[in-house]
Design a protein around this ligand. Structure first.
Ligand SMILES: *[C@@H]1O[C@H](CO)[C@@H](O)[C@H](O)[C@H]1NC(C)=O
Ligand SMILES: *[C@@H]1O[C@H](CO)[C@@H](O)[C@H](O)[C@H]1NC(C)=O
Ligand SMILES: [Cu+2]
Length: 569
C-alpha cells in the first residue's frame, strides 16, 4: 500500500489515539483524540487576542496550578465531590494534564490541600504545604503537611504532620540558596484573618542540618497587617551580596526584609487600598533587564476598598521602584477595569497580561443557598488587559465567555500562550447555578502569536536537544542555542528566562522574568535558515533563584514555538 505523508500522519494519530485508549487504565479519563481538540475554535482577532475552549477538562477544580514540563500542568483542588477518582477510590484532588498527549491523570493525595501553597526547590522538586482539617480517616489534616512533587517521579509524596505549626493560606517563594520560604497564613480556615488565628511566623525548607524542621521564626509584620494579610506578596530583590532580600506586602504595607539577618531594612509608604486576601489583588516583580542593571520594580494591581459584597473592585495599580532613594507608589487606573482577584502573567516579550477576577465584591465563597445565592464576588471581568511596562500603556483584549473568579488560575505556558482554568466560588461542587464549578480549560493567545512574524524553533542548547528533560545550566554561563526559522527572512532575536511559579488565589508565587544578553547570532552555514544564538545567563541567584526555568528566544518580540526547559544552579 502506498500512502502519502499526510495520510500516514493521520493514520499515526488514529493508531496513537487507539493505543492510548487500550493502554490507559480505568483511572485515566477517556479524552478525545488530539485531532478533535484541534477542531475547537479560536474566537477573537489579531488585535485583541483569541480564546479557545479546550475539549479537555481539568478533572478537579483548578484552585492551584503549576507547570511541570514543556507540555505538563498539575492542578490541585480541595477534597470535594469531583467525579474523577484517585487510584484509592477517593475523589481526585490533584491531576496532571499533558496538552501534547491530551491525557489527564489523577494523582495520589491523602491530606487536605485547601488552601495551600507551593514553590520549586533549586534541585527541581516542588514543595507544597498547608491546607485544612481534612476528613479523617479518608483525608488527613493538611495544615502541617509537606508534599513533594518531582516531575521524574510523577506523583505526590506526602509527609503528614511534619511541620511545627498549622498554615492555611501561606505564601511560598524560591530562595537565593535553592531552599524555599514558607511564610504566614492562619492556623485555620477563615474568611478574614484574626489575632486568634494568625500565624505570624516563617519557616525555611529544607532545614539547616537534618530532616527535622527548624523552629518557626517570628515575623511581627504579619501582626501589624491584620486582618487583610493572607497569601501575602513576596519577591526577592536583586542585590550583589547574594542575600535573601525580600519585598513583602500585606494589606497596604510594604517592607524590605533581610531574611538572612531577620531584620526590616526599609518601610515603604503605604499603597492606596487593601490588596491582600480577601481584598485580593495581584503582585509581580516587573521584568528585570540586564541593560538596566536588573532594576527592581514591583507592581500591585486590583484589590478592594471595602469588605462589602456590593463594593466595586479597585481599578488601580501601583508601581514602586525599589532602587529609588525616595520610593513612592506611582498609581494608574489598571486599564480602566475594576478587578478583584486578577491574575498577572508576564509574557516572554516582557509585556504583562492581567486577566480573570471579578468587578464586584471580594474573595470568598457564595453565601446563601443554591436557590437563593449571595455571591460575594460577581460581575466577572471577562476582558484581559495587555500592559506594556515600558510605555505604561494598557490595551483591552477580547473577552472570554467563562467567568473566572474565586479559585481560578492562569499561567504562561512554554508555548507562549496563556492557560486559564478553574473557578468555583462555593464550598462544594455545584452545577446548574450562575457560577458553577468550572472544569473547562481555555487558551488565551495574546496578539503576539497572531501576527505574520515567524516563530523560531529552539532545537538544542550546546548540542542537547530540548523537550526531553531539564538541561542543567549555571549562573553566568554562555549558552549556544541552535534555532531554526521557517524561511530565509532575516530574524531579529532576543531572549528571556522565565520562572513559571506556583499559581493560586491570584498570585503566581515566584513568577520571574529576566531578559538575557544576546552576545551573537551566527548563521549556521551547514543548514538553511538555521542560526546559532549565543546568550549569557544572569550573573547571580538574586536575579532569578535556582530551579527549573524556561528559556524563550523571540523573533521581533514573537516567541519561539516552545521554550527550552533548564535547571539553573
Ligand atoms: C530535592 O531536595 C529535597 C529536600 O531536600 C528532597 O526531598 C528531594 O528529594 C530532592 N529532589 C531531587 C530531585 O533530588
Ligand atoms: C556551551 O558552550 C559554550 C561554548 O563552547 C561554553 O562556553 C559553555 O560553557 C557551554 N555551556 C554549557 C552549559 O555547557
Ligand atoms: Cu481559597
Amino acid at each position: 500500500m502506498i500512502i502519502n505523508m499526510k495520510n500516514s500522519f493521520l493514520l499515526f494519530l488514529l493508531v496513537g489515539g487507539f493505543l492510548l485508549t487500550i493502554l490507559s487504565n480505568n483511572n485515566v479519563l477517556a479524552l478525545p483524540a488530539p485531532m478533535q481538540k484541534r477542531q475547537t475554535q479560536q474566537v477573537g482577532d489579531a488585535n485583541g487576542g483569541t480564546w479557545e475552549i479546550l475539549a479537555t477538562q481539568t478533572g478537579v477544580n483548578a484552585m492551584h496550578m503549576f507547570v511541570t514540563g514543556p507540555s505538563k500542568f498539575v492542578f490541585v483542588d480541595k477534597l470535594e465531590a469531583n467525579a474523577l477518582k484517585q487510584p484509592n477510590g477517593q475523589p481526585a484532588v490533584s491531576t496532571e494534564f499533558d496538552i501534547d498527549a491530551n491525557t489527564l491523570r489523577p494523582l495520589d493525595v491523602t491530606s487536605d490541600t485547601f488552601c495551600s501553597a507551593g514553590s520549586w526547590l533549586g534541585n527541581g522538586t516542588l514543595v507544597h504545604t498547608g491546607g485544612d482539617n481534612g476528613n479523617p480517616p479518608n483525608f488527613a489534616p493538611g495544615q502541617q503537611t509537606l508534599r513533594f512533587y518531582d516531575p521524574q517521579v510523577g506523583d505526590w509524596v506526602e509527609r503528614i504532620g511534619l511541620m511545627l505549626s498549622k498554615r492555611w493560606y501561606p505564601t511560598m517563594l524560591p530562595l537565593v540558596n535553592g531552599k524555599v520560604l514558607i511564610l504566614g497564613g492562619s492556623i485555620g480556615g477563615t474568611g478574614l484573618n484574626s489575632a486568634a488565628l494568625n500565624n505570624p511566623t516563617y519557616n525555611i525548607w529544607p532545614p539547616s542540618n537534618n530532616d527535622t524542621p527548624d523552629p518557626d521564626v517570628q515575623f511581627p509584620f504579619l501582626t501589624d497587617t491584620l486582618p487583610y494579610n493572607l497569601y501575602v506578596f513576596v519577591h526577592i530583590v536583586p542585590n550583589s551580596q547574594n542575600k535573601n532580600l525580600l519585598f513583602v506586602l500585606a494589606n497596604q504595607q510594604g517592607i524590605l526584609f533581610d531574611l538572612d539577618t531577620a531584620t526590616t531594612v526599609t518601610n515603604y509608604p503605604k499603597i492606596a487600598v487593601q490588596r491582600t486576601y480577601p481584598q485580593t489583588g495581584s503582585s509581580l516583580m516587573l521584568p528585570l533587564w540586564p541593560n538596566d542593571n536588573y532594576k527592581a520594580e514591583v507592581m500591585i494591581c486590583g484589590g478592594q476598598t471595602a469588605f462589602e459584597v456590593t463594593s466595586t473592585a479597585e481599578a488601580s495599580c501601583g508601581r514602586l521602584d525599589l532602587t529609588s532613594a525616595t520610593p513612592a507608589w506611582e498609581m494608574d487606573t489598571f486599564g480602566g477595569i475594576p478587578r478583584v482577584m486578577p491574575d498577572s502573567v508576564i509574557l516572554p516579550s516582557g509585556q504583562v497580561v492581567f486577566l480573570n477576577g471579578a468587578q464586584t465584591g471580594f474573595a470568598g465563597f457564595r453565601k446563601g443557598t443554591k436557590l437563593n445565592p449571595l455571591w460575594v464576588n460577581s460581575n466577572p471581568a471577562f476582558n484581559p488587559v495587555l500592559y506594556d511596562p515600558t510605555s505604561k500603556v494598557y490595551a483591552k483584549m477580547n473577552p472570554s465567555t467563562i467567568a473566572r473568579m474565586y479559585h481560578s488560575v492562569a499561567t504562561l505556558t512554554p508555548d507562549g500562550y496563556i492557560l486559564v482554568a478553574g473557578s468555583n466560588p462555593q464550598a462544594s461542587v455545584q452545577t446548574g447555578i450562575l457560577f458553577s464549578t468550572e472544569y473547562r480549560m481555555e487558551i488565551f493567545r495574546p496578539p503576539y502569536l497572531l501576527t505574520n512574524t515567524q516563530r523560531p524553533t529552539i532545537l538544542n542548547i550546546n548540542g542537547t536537544a530540548i523537550n526531553q528533560y531539564r538541561i542543567p545550566v549555571t549562573y553566568g554561563d554562555n549558552l549556544l542555542l541552535v534555532v531554526s526559522m521557517p524561511t530565509d527572512e532575516t530574524p531579529s532575536f532576543t531572549a528571556s528566562i522565565i520562572h513559571l511559579g506556583f499559581v493560586t488565589h491570584s498570585q503566581n508565587m515566584g513568577q520571574r522574568f529576566v531578559g538575557l544578553v544576546v552576545n551573537a547570532v551566527n548563521y549556521d552555514v551547514t543548514t538553511a535558515n538555521r542560526y546559532i544564538v549565543s546568550v549569557t545567563l544572569p550573573p547571580n541567584p538574586t536575579i532569578i533563584a535556582p530551579g527549573p526555568h524556561f528559556i524563550y528566544i523571540l523573533n521581533n518580540n514573537v516567541p519561539c514555538v516552545r521554550a527550552a526547559e533548564v535547571l539553573l544552579n
